[in-house]
Design a binder for this molecule. Structure first.
Ligand SMILES: Cc1cc2nc3c(=O)[nH]c(=O)nc-3n(C[C@H](O)[C@H](O)[C@H](O)COP(=O)(O)OP(=O)(O)OC[C@H]3O[C@@H](n4cnc5c(N)ncnc54)[C@H](O)[C@@H]3O)c2cc1C
Length: 363
């Protein structure tokens, strides 16, 4: 430690979701923070490179994700939703956050497949988190645009967040942070890191949050995900929806200003090349089957990126003396990040008692 009492010098490798959230929290706690990332700039480039965080739809779905995730992920997710509400309100630009639940949908012929998914969710969910079936009258009342759908269930506590707005807000709001773009971290050890082509730099604590870029120090792999971004100002959808289909899961996430994101493929590949025709057709066909009103929507972006996954598909944190690693956020990074970061900073004693930022965060 140096500088003021309790103030530490912090080096963060990675300016993705975790890196920006850490930088924001730590700078507000009075630490001296420098962030390193190979990206040329803070803003997204949508070229398949850089942070997965920019490609995410921003679904905060602790219950729906139980189909493929552990109950521990759901519990962290529920805590994170409460934290995101506070964080989004505190960021420059007040990025959009909404907690109006999400819907699971099935066409008439797909009910059996949908019931199998619902059963898995039911078994894993804690009491009170079950999916509530909606009859046609109730569905028409809360989502008139979905009147043609045969079966619908409401997951009441789920939420969504404007990922691009939050990424920009964390960057702009992290006062005093040194941002080193165009700086790939080649080596990390306790208390120091080395940017490619430069000498070692020392810090009290170094964070390794490089996502897929943390290999070979972390046994992480990338899992390709593709999305379609639409502009459809006439299509009114109040909350994210997921279609339970025998072959694929497709979600539609409404954003402010008439934008919608359709996602996402999940492919065991580190291919960062543009979106395939097959995925684009499947995603758009499924979304159109839910919302035929999308016919005249304009395709504003086809995007892809790699989700950082560890072998067990669970998030892992390793809090050591002078070196902290967080990785494996896989398909739930936005769902998990605030609670994970809170737990890690508390374990590392980097947000001591009396820090106003900590006090303002729900536990
Ligand atoms: C298509 C898609 C849809 C998704 N949808 C959702 C969703 O709806 N809800 C949800 O909860 N999650 C979603 N996710 C998952 C979420 O985006 C990730 O879990 C999350 O971004 C992981 O955060 P991270 O900080 O670990 O990694 P990233 O956000 O990938 O950031 C890693 C950073 O490390 C940098 N880096 C790499 N190598 C180096 C190096 N050598 N030195 C320094 N920096 C380096 C990268 O440039 C990057 O900026 C989605 C992901 C994808 C791809």
């Amino acid at each position: 430690m140096d500088g003021g009492e309790g103030m530490a010098s912090i080096g963060i490798a990675g300016a993705g979701l975790l890196g920006r959230l850490l930088a924001w929290r730590l700078s507000r706690a009075g630490h001296r923070v420098t962030v390193f990332d190979p990206a040329a700039q803070a803003a997204p480039t949508f070229d398949g490179q850089g942070a997965a965080a920019f490609s995410a739809a921003g679904m905060l779905s602790p219950v729906a994700e139980l189909e493929s995730a552990s109950p521990g992920v759901a519990r962290l997710g529920l805590r994170s939703i409460a934290l995101w509400r506070e964080i989004a309100a505190a960021l420059p630009g007040s990025p959009f956050f909404a907690q109006q639940g999400s819907l699971l949908l099935a066409h008439g012929s797909d009910l059996a497949a949908a019931e199998r998914v619902l059963e898995r969710v039911r078994q894993a969910a804690e009491p009170g988190l079950a999916a509530q079936p909606l009859d046609q009258a109730r569905l028409r009342q809360i989502e008139p645009a979905l009147a043609g759908i045969a079966h619908a269930w409401l997951l009441a506590g789920e939420a969504q967040i404007d990922t691009l707005g939050v990424m920009a807000g964390l960057y702009e709001g992290a006062t005093g942070v040194g941002w080193r773009f165009g700086a790939a971290v080649a080596q990390i050890e306790a208390g120091r890191l080395q940017v490619r082509g430069e000498g070692w730099q020392g810090f009290d604590t170094v964070f390794d949050v490089r996502g897929v870029g943390a290999r070979p120090d972390v046994p992480v792999r990338g899992v390709r995900g593709e999305t379609v971004w639409l502009h459809a100002p006439g299509v009114e959808l109040a909350r994210p929806v997921r279609l339970l289909h025998p072959r694929h899961r497709v979600y539609i996430v409404p954003r402010p200003d008439g934008e919608l994101i359709i996602g996402a493929s999940q492919i065991e590949s580190e291919d960062r090349s543009p979106v395939s025709l097959k995925t684009a057709v499947e995603l758009m066909t499924a979304a159109h089957s839910v919302l035929p009103q999308l016919s005249e929507a304009r395709i504003i972006r086809l995007d892809r990126n790699l989700r950082p996954a560890l072998p067990d598909h669970e998030p892992h944190t390793d809090v050591g003396d002078g070196l902290i690693r967080i990785n494996g956020l896989f398909r739930h990074g936005w769902l998990l990040a605030p609670a994970l970061v809170d737990d890690v900073l508390a374990a590392a004693r980097l947000l001591g008692a009396g820090q106003p930022q900590r006090a303002s965060m729900p536990a």
